[in-house]
Design a protein around this ligand. Structure first.
Ligand SMILES: [Zn+2]
Ligand SMILES: [Zn+2]
Length: 447
């Protein structure tokens, strides 16, 4: 057995030495070089692939950034154009009012001129009848080319009575004023036409921007399959978490202060009720004593009325009010293979969005996914909640602000990753976090 192994080893050694003798050293070196090259090539190919992957990722990231920037830009432009349109509409209304005002003034002046015309004719007639100065007036009247000329000629007569002179001066001034006002109306009408044209252009611009946004959203929808995942980048969620820390502290203080105030009010109301009851009892006793003095005065006074119950605290789970009007168009839960962490409420036109309960605004900002969004921290019966109001047209509250239930937060809109006007509303039992693990079905918490 041992012998056989040795023999094999020998054969191998011999074989190898025979091989090395047969193949020149240079060939071996070349082969090694080749192998090394091969390894190097593979390595560099790997590196190349890695680089490609990295640059692909960077591309995807850059693309996302571009989309975010596009959404923000379009939301901003739509809001700006909206503002310009309402400014233009105000200008048009104002110009219309000014034109109406001028027309009224012209009518008043024309009435006065007509009355004075009649008066002047009467005076000329009476002068003719009475003789005095008739010739002069008649000559002047017959020789005048037009009204202006007539007035000038009559005024030039030194025989004219002071009273007539005054009437004619007024007449002249009124006629001039009418001319000026009519010219002003013409100007205003021209500027009104310009403004209306500008308004039309702005409306077209707005439609174009809205169409551009719709197109972008549609492209994204096709690319990503769904729109409501509301993905945030790390910076955004980090900023939210930081703001949340502050908001929670502030909200605890606000809730304590509100509770203290409610308790003080309850006590004051109870005290007032007790005093009122005592006063009523005393008055009743006095009335009784005076009506029948025989009756015993030692009768005990009636017990004071019980203090009114404190304002009903929201109890149970129905602690939030519906944040806006409109039907619920999409419920909480999995949808298109992913989680919808809130509900959608949609309605056309101007739809105010209101705080679902008292709380502290955690953050109010524009997010490329949520659009104009408001996060509110609530402390209700010792439990923290967070509500989220997304895609708003505008934001009427700011970060750190204390709000009451029903405070106007902004109007329903179509900002961020949204197709069509709607409110995306979330409730989180506890704090908000990036994985939205605290999200609960709002329908179970709405009154
Ligand atoms: Zn939604
Ligand atoms: Zn949404």
């Amino acid at each position: 057995m041992k012998r056989k192994i040795i023999a094999t080893a020998l054969t191998l050694t011999l074989g190898l030495s025979g091989l090395s003798a047969a193949i020149p050293q240079t060939t071996i070196a070349a082969s090694l070089d080749e192998q090394l090259n091969d390894v190097k090539k593979k390595q560099s190919k790997n590196e190349q692939e890695l680089k490609e992957k990295e640059s692909e990722l960077a591309d995807v990231h850059a693309e996302q950034e571009d989309v975010h920037a596009d959404i923000e830009r379009l939301d901003k432009e739509v809001a700006e154009t909206d503002n310009q349109i309402s400014t233009k509409e105000n200008e048009i209304n104002k110009t219309n009012e000014e034109i109406d005002q001028l027309k009224e003034e012209i009518a008043v002046l024309e009435d006065r001129i007509a009355e004075r015309d009649k008066l002047l004719k009467d005076r000329v007639r009476s002068m003719q009848q009475n003789g005095g100065g008739t010739v002069d007036y008649m000559e002047v009247l017959l020789g005048s080319k037009d009204f202006g000329d007539l007035v000038e000629r009559v005024l030039a007569l030194n025989t004219i009575a002071d009273q007539d002179k005054k009437i004619l001066e007024e007449h002249k001034a009124d006629k001039l004023s009418v001319e000026e006002k009519k010219a002003e109306v013409e100007d205003k009408l021209a500027s009104l036409q310009d403004k209306k044209a500008e308004l039309e252009a702005l409306k077209k611009e707005l439609d174009a921007k809205k169409a551009e946004k719709d197109k972008l959203m549609k492209a994204l929808e096709e690319e990503e399959g769904e729109l409501h995942n509301h993905m945030m980048d790390l910076n955004e969620s980090a900023e939210l978490l930081e703001a949340q820390e502050k908001a929670v502290q502030q909200e605890i203080k606000r809730a304590e202060e509100a509770a203290r105030k409610a308790e003080a009010e309850r006590k004051a109301a109870a005290k007032a009720a007790k005093e009122k009851a005592a006063a009523e009892a005393a008055a009743a006793k006095k009335a009784k004593n005076s009506s029948s003095s025989n009756e015993s005065s030692s009768k005990s006074s009636p017990a004071p009325a019980p203090a009114p119950a404190p304002a009903p605290e929201p109890s149970g789970s129905a602690i939030f009010s519906k944040p806006s009007a409109g039907p619920i168009t999409s419920g909480f839960g999995s949808r298109w293979g992913s989680m919808h962490e809130g509900i959608d409420i949609a309605q056309g036109g101007e739809v105010p969005i209101k705080a679902a309960a008292a709380g502290t605004v955690l953050k109010s900002y524009h997010s490329s996914s949520y659009g104009n969004v408001v996060f509110i921290t609530h402390s209700i019966n010792g439990q923290m909640y967070t509500t989220v109001y997304a895609h708003m047209k505008n934001r009427a509250v700011s970060t750190g602000q204390s709000v009451s239930a029903g405070t106007y937060l902004g109007s329903m809109g179509n900002t961020g990753r949204s197709t069509g006007q709607h409110l995306h509303f979330e409730i989180h039992k506890g704090g908000w976090n990036a994985s939205k693990s605290n999200a609960v079905n709002p329908m179970n918490y709405l009154r």
